[in-house]
Ligand binder design. Structure first.
Ligand SMILES: C[S@@+](CC[C@H](N)C(=O)[O-])C[C@H]1O[C@@H](n2cnc3c(N)ncnc32)[C@H](O)[C@@H]1O
Length: 243
């Protein structure tokens, strides 16, 4: 588990504030008129709590205790049904909308990906939607993630950090090595984060294998169609059961 330290959960929020991606998911939920939403891989719940509305249920699921603990204690968190776990806790035919924001799809490695998609397809109601983003492997984002040692002040104290990456293996899994030195108390936390890159064709095939059709693939949060070029780093998928 990568996000298993409360300090990393705090840093996650500092580095990943609310933005156009969250606006997109909120707008999508409203346009769909979603009454029962699941935020799978909800992390610290920053987006999750903003999905709460009268007449709507929101469930936030995450397997990382430190992330979920931060979500549960967030102001407004009492309005969300938080569950520690992963796709195994989804209930059949209960969700209008399942989202996975913040590239959760890339955190789900190997066979877990298929297992997750099976559970998602089962959990959706017939008119439900599954919406998530992933990075386009053709844009080779990992080549820009290598950061030399640097220091910054954070809410959890002075931090010295660096990131190095290994190029994708045969399955598209990129390994990130994240080095964190908490200078105030001398703690060192070295984290290895695997991220699986899948291209559009692969993801559409994986969705189809569990009976989910791809309705749209966008290349940004404003609804521009994805053209499958290396100049488009982002892929946003909307999938559904056949009508
Ligand atoms: C980059 S964070 C994204 C968090 C949040 N969705 C957001 O938008 O900020 C990735 C999250 O995926 C979670 N995760 C890892 N493996 C998972 C799995 N198999 N199923 C669901 N979530 C998973 C991690 O615990 C982590 O909180």
């Amino acid at each position: 588990m990568t996000y298993d330290d409360p300090r990393l959960a705090v840093l996650y929020d500092v580095d990943n504030p609310d933005g156009p991606d969250h606006d997109f998911f909120r707008r999508f939920a409203d346009d769909l008129g979603a009454k029962d939403i699941v935020d799978l891989g909800c992390g610290t719940g920053l987006l999750t709590i903003t999905l709460v509305k009268p007449g709507r249920t929101v469930m936030g699921i995450d397997p990382a205790p430190a992330m979920l603990e931060r979500a549960v204690t967030r102001p407004g968190g009492e309005a969300v049904n938080w569950v520690l776990g992963a796709s195994d806790v989804l209930t059949p035919c209960t969700a209008d909308l399942i989202i996975m924001s913040g590239n959760v799809a890339m955190h789900i490695i190997g066979d877990d990906w298929h297992t997750t998609l099976v559970a998602v397809a089962r959990a959706l109601r017939p008119y439900g939607r599954f919406v998530f983003e992933a990075r386009n492997p053709a844009a080779r984002a990992w080549t820009r993630w290598n950061d030399p040692l640097a220091e910054r002040d954070t809410p959890v104290g002075k931090l010295r950090e660096s990131v190095t990456t290994e190029p994708p293996d045969i399955n598209g899994v990129v390994l990130m090595h994240c080095h964190n030195e908490f200078l105030d108390d001398g703690d060192v936390l070295d984290v290895e984060q695997p991220l699986q890159f899948r291209d559009r064709a692969q993801i559409e095939a994986d969705l189809a294998a569990v009976g989910l059709g791809t309705l749209h693939v966008w290349s940004d949060w404003a609804g521009t169609s994805f053209g499958d070029t290396e100049a488009e780093p982002l892929m946003v998928f909307e999938a559904a059961l056949p009508s």
